[in-house]
Ligand binder design. Structure first.
Ligand code: UDP
Length: 480
């Protein structure tokens, strides 16, 4: 029997948003009251394939904590899969983004691997569910559980975090592979309207953009000396600080950064150096190689530094390509002329303690003069919202969910063609030179996140969806 992993989530009070949201908090207060009725006597399960690393794990941690704080019996379960299963699901993920990934196909053999891994998980999960429950199945890795979950009598939602603006044949092929699993779900949730698959019942399609948690170790306020202390403790800079490398854990207790990042660099980031960074999983769709190239070949600024940071490649269970991509970027860095190489740093961040990891990411984002997200495809791009919340000027590709977050020229800069190295370099260079503009964009970015992308909005949308599913299943989605 496949051992499902139950991820513990401590409740957090949604009331802490009162101060951040001002008058708009009223909607949250109403939602908390409504949730009592909708969820009385039922559990809400969220199922995905990893408890750490990547956007989905990040989202679940905070959304479920606030849901639990609003007395919802929200639970998080992680399925188990073999390396072959994750190879297939990573291929599906890449195809859904319109890219070939490892170049393999999605045929009968892959279907067998996929179904075999999921059948054991389905049995274990069905054992624990009650007919009144609701289950959110996240992403392609769990789509194959829909039918088994429906058979328990539960309400079933498939939540897809990936997609592309204009589908190509690869994406349509992945839809065809997944469609028989996905179709029986009662609701399909996509991050943007453009991501919704052709041919799905439009009545069941909901659009819910992701969000960030303003109070988590990833996004909480950190004073400048604390930023410096955390970076020093993690080995990412030698800058002295009078503060301790501390942060507040999800449960309110104090945390401290002790573990060090694993670095590829000639020398540590010098104190006061201007910093351009991209922080992402080691994934070709995040294009770390392209970031390195535009920085090395097109940025004519002799003293800015580039940091590419991502999780330690040992750590992310459902991403078999990480180590390979990191090795490529390392080789690329080694081949740089020494004058540039000295200013390029690669960091694998420690993942043993996800909150410590988050605090390091937080400090890095705050330390950055410009944050880049040069993705070739992006469902949403939490890293963009995280940097915007910290009032950082962002330079990002005009694709996927990033387009919803950044208003070009107002709350960041969007580059039309994600492969245009010169355009990325020019945008970054411009921001390094024009501090006033960088500050203006950063401040507008923070406001944009406050208005649209905090977790409270996300939870209210989920509440609307579940209210509809539980109490008015026949009526479908309300028309926009
Ligand atoms: N992240 C992290 N540690 C790392 C690298 C990334 O915590 O070393 C986080 C990042 O801060 C963000 C999430 O992983 O919260 C990535 O989400 P995003 O939507 O940007 O991309 P995904 O990985 O889901 O494709």
């Amino acid at each position: 029997m496949a051992p499902l992993t139950h991820v513990p989530v401590a409740p957090l009070p949604p009331q802490r948003f009162r101060e951040l949201l001002g008058a708009r908090y009223q909607e949250v207060a109403d939602g908390i009251r409504r949730a009592e009725d909708v969820f009385a006597g039922r559990a809400v399960w969220h199922v995905n394939s990893t408890a750490r690393g990547g956007g989905v794990a990040e989202l679940l941690q905070s959304l479920l904590a606030y849901a639990r704080g609003a007395a919802v019996d929200a639970r998080w379960v992680v399925i188990e899969g073999s390396p072959e299963f994750f190879q297939v699901t990573k291929r599906i993920h890449n195809h859904l983004h319109g890219f070939p990934g490892d170049g393999g196909s999605l045929g009968e053999g892959e279907r067998e691997v996929y179904e075999a891994a999921l059948s054991a998980n389905a049995a274990a999960l069905a054992d624990e569910m009650m007919p009144a429950d609701v289950v959110f199945l996240h992403d392609p890795q769990t789509a194959g559980l829909v039918s088994a979950m429906r058979a328990t009598g539960a309400r079933v939602v498939w939540r897809c975090h990936v997609g592309l603006d204009l589908p190509n044949d690869l994406a349509r092929g992945a839809w065809a592979f997944l469609r028989p699993y996905v179709e029986p779900a009662e609701a399909y949730v996509f991050s943007r309207q453009e991501f919704a698959w052709e041919g799905l019942d439009p009545e069941r399609i909901w659009v819910v953009p992701p969000s960030i948690d303003a109070f988590s170790p990833k996004n909480q306020e950190l004073a400048e000396p604390v930023v410096a202390a955390i970076l020093r403790a993690a080995g990412l800079s030698t800058e002295e600080s009078t503060a301790a490398p501390t942060f507040v854990r999800e449960d309110g207790t104090p945390g401290r950064v002790n573990r060090r990042a694993e670095l590829d660099e000639e020398q540590p980031l010098p104190s006061g150096a201007r910093l351009v960074s991209q922080i992402s999983r080691w994934d070709r769709l995040k294009d770390p190689a392209g970031v390195l190239r535009f920085f090395a070949e097109h940025t004519h600024d002799g003293d800015a530094h580039l940091l590419l940071a991502g999780p330690s490649v040992e750590a992310v269970a459902d991403d078999p390509e990480g180590a390979e991509v990191l090795a490529e970027v390392r080789a690329q860095r080694s081949a740089l002329a020494s004058g540039v190489r000295e200013r390029v740093h690669l960091a694998q961040l420690p993942m043993e303690d996800p909150e410590e990891n988050a605090a390091i990411v937080n400090a890095l984002q705050r330390r950055s003069d410009v944050v880049v997200q040069k993705s070739l495809a992006e469902g949403f791009g939490l890293t963009v919202a995280e940097a915007m919340w910290k009032a950082r000027p962002v330079v990002a590709s005009r694709i996927g969910g990033i387009r919803d977050q950044v208003v070009d020229g107002e709350s960041g800069i969007l580059v039309d063609d994600p492969t245009d190295l010169a355009a990325f370099a020019a945008a970054v260079q411009g921001l390094l030179e024009d501090h006033a503009r960088a500050r203006r964009l950063g401040e507008a970015a923070r406001e944009r996140i406050r208005e649209r992308f905090l977790g409270t909005r996300h939870l209210i949308q989920y509440l609307d969806l579940l209210d509809r599913l539980v109490n008015h299943p026949a009526r479908g989605r309300p028309r926009a």
